[in-house]
Ligand binder design. Sequence first.
Ligand SMILES: [Zn+2]
Length: 328
Amino acid sequence: MPFAQVHSGPDVFEVKVPFANVSTSATNCFVVMDGGEALVVDTGAPTDEGAAVLDASLDELGIDRARATFFLTHLHLDHAGLVDRIVPDGAPVLMSAVDFEAARASRASTAFDASRRRLLAEGVGAGDASGYARYAVEPPLFDPGRVRATFVSEGDEVAVGRFRFRVIEVPGHTPGHLALFEPDSGVLFGGDHVLFVISPGIALFPDGADALQAYLDSLAKVRALGCSRLFVSHGEPRDDFAERIDWLDAHHRERLEEAAGIVAAGPGLTGEQVIRRIKWNVPHGRWEDISFVQRWCILMEGLVILDHLVDRGRIRREVGEDGLRRYF
Ligand SMILES: [Zn+2]
């Protein structure tokens, strides 16, 4: 069976939509059903196999897609990638306006150049910078002229039968990441905000805001909700999510200290040099042994750390006559 019931009151079904990635093998999509109404949380990555699994599950659950509510926690390929194959024409899809704008901006002709310029300024070589910058340009996730992109934000309610889910903004993994919380049952759909299989990546925000601070604030916010059940988008749910939130918070604070220590010990390093000296949780001998896409992930995460430290006044960024940014 492609889906399993994982909660009752409200009834929640989990559909594992296959997606082979660096660290996960599926996106957990959720279907909430009550009083003949249905809410579908996320859709999965755009593969034939994934579409077949989600299709079969929605059919078997007897979901009338023309009447169902579709909700996206964030606009990443493995969450929003099946919208065009699952959501009927003209149906509303609830999502974040912030993520919608960020996704649109990433497709702009300037996105590649902006990313490449930033990487060059941080000391990345010209060849690598062009390669990495290609990842900054995201493919379109769905046709916004076909479905009805309906923007929701903090405090908005999404009703399913007797249950009222509240939209919670948890920026960090993406600038507009959303969670859904049902206060009576304590059920929280957390998307990729808190995961057990990996420490979720943090995005560089298009407006230059401190993404790491946003993520840490979002962790504290979810901790304070006091949810009783957290459903995660990758891997299995666990009961020790409060401890996991504390661990993620401590993990980022330790890495901030480590990066600040590297800058203090080697004033004048470029961004890339600082980032390469951080101990990343990727087993490797040489930097070149890490896969190119994973090196890009590390660089993005590293820039988020450097931006945060600069923003907080912990370190100073100076631009030399050669155009390189150096850290002190
Ligand atoms: Zn994601």
